[in-house]
Design a binder for this molecule. Structure first.
Ligand code: TXA
Ligand code: MG
Length: 347
């Protein structure tokens, strides 16, 4: 699994070479596909490149970035540290894939302080998407990449989402089709004792406990789960002003409460465009608006979640989206984490 993908298609190869030249020889940023969501990449070693990521996203530079690699053997070469033992079973099982680990940020490391936002750890991930891996391999540097959305928008799972948010602000978007996993990577900290889950994502808590070995059986979920992919709507009025049109999201436990909510809020379905995203059980039979299924399995639901929110918001200009809640097992923890951040109300 450490051999780099080679593209026989000349056009793809040319685009990859152009993009990697931008990353290795200039301060430019490049949007690229990963299996989780699209990333907005810069050279982890280059201060100006990292500053350009924050500028393009319009996000304050206080949140550390994940550095993406294409082979585990790059860890000592790029970060001047060996892979800590505690991660070895997880790496063997989940790399390449949606798992991010924290390693020590040593003083002789070449990594930019803007990449780590001054932390004493570096977040590292080896993505499985062949375009991502080829881009990193050709660039021969770690690629720091947050999700390629404008700040406060859902993470992009299609190249068209990146284009929607960042057109005119970045030179290149590599189109690698649909991001299959659909939610960001799981971030774990094995340097703390007990080890911690910092952000639920594409690898589930159950999988970490099952495959991580003895030490990961005691993994603790961080109290304040870190994820900026969908900021909670703290002041809806402000969000509407700055990012309109932005649909309001209401998370629903019991399908019967939707009709009550509509009545209580005096909503007229012919005046307010409504939508309902169903998951495992809701039927949407009497719903006066657009009804769309996110899928029947949690894997499908996470894969479709951001795409569906963007479609309803950006293409159909829906004003209010009801979403069926899911249970917290397996992919459910990551799904509910993202939904709670998107939602302004739970009913
Ligand atoms: O799937 C993903 O992880 C995507 C794709 C592009 O790889 N990237 C992504 O990046 O979601 P971003 O910037 O949206 O989220 C990075 C997360 C944040 O929650 C950040 O706080 C955490 O990783 N993080 C990064 N470095 C860290 C560090 N040194 N210590 C603790 N948390 C860190
Ligand atoms: Mg993000």
């Amino acid at each position: 699994s450490t051999g780099e993908p080679i593209f026989s298609d000349l056009e793809t190869q040319t685009h990859l070479e152009e993009a990697s030249a931008l990353l290795s020889t200039t301060d430019n940023v490049v949007a690229f596909p990963t299996e989780t969501v699209y990333g907005l990449g810069g050279n982890s070693f280059n201060d100006e490149s990292i500053k350009n990521i924050y500028k393009a996203k319009n996000r304050p530079a206080d949140n550390p970035l994940i550095s993406h690699i294409s082979s585990p053997s790059q860890i000592p070469r790029f970060f001047s540290v060996e892979i800590p033992e505690i991660y070895k079973p997880l790496i063997a099982k989940f790399w390449p894939g949606p798992l991010t680990i924290l390693i020590p940020n040593v003083s002789n490391s070449q990594i930019s302080q803007f990449t780590t936002a001054g932390q004493d750890t570096v977040a590292v991930r080896l993505p499985s998407h062949p375009i991502a891996r080829a881009l990193i391999h050709l660039s021969d540097c770690p690629i720091a990449a947050p999700s390629a959305n404008a700040s406060t928008r859902p993470s992009p799972t299609l190249a068209s989402h990146v284009y929607h948010d960042l057109q005119g602000r970045i030179p290149v978007i590599l189109d690698g089709d649909n991001a299959q996993v659909g939610v960001e990577s799981t971030v774990v900290d094995g340097l703390s004792s007990p080890p911690m889950l910092l952000r639920p994502g594409g690898v589930s808590l159950e999988q970490i406990r099952e495959f991580g070995g003895e030490l990961w059986k005691d993994v603790v979920i961080a109290k304040k789960l870190s994820d900026d992919s969908l900021e909670p709507v703290k002041t809806p009025g402000m969000k509407y002003k700055h990012y309109s049109p932005t649909a309001k999201v209401v998370l629903v436990k019991d399908e019967d409460s939707i009709a009550e909510y509509i009545k209580e809020h005096g909503l007229e379905p012919d005046q307010t465009k409504l939508a309902l995203l169903t998951c495992e059980t809701f039927k949407g039979e009497n719903f006066q608006g657009i009804v769309q299924s996110l899928g029947k399995s949690k894997a499908e639901i996470s894969s479709n979640l951001f795409k569906a929110l963007r479609y309803l918001d950006e293409e159909l200009n829906v004003e209010l989206i009801f979403v069926e809640q899911v249970g917290l097992s397996d992919e459910g923890l990551a799904i509910m984490n993202r939904l709670q951040k998107a939602a302004s109300e739970n009913i």
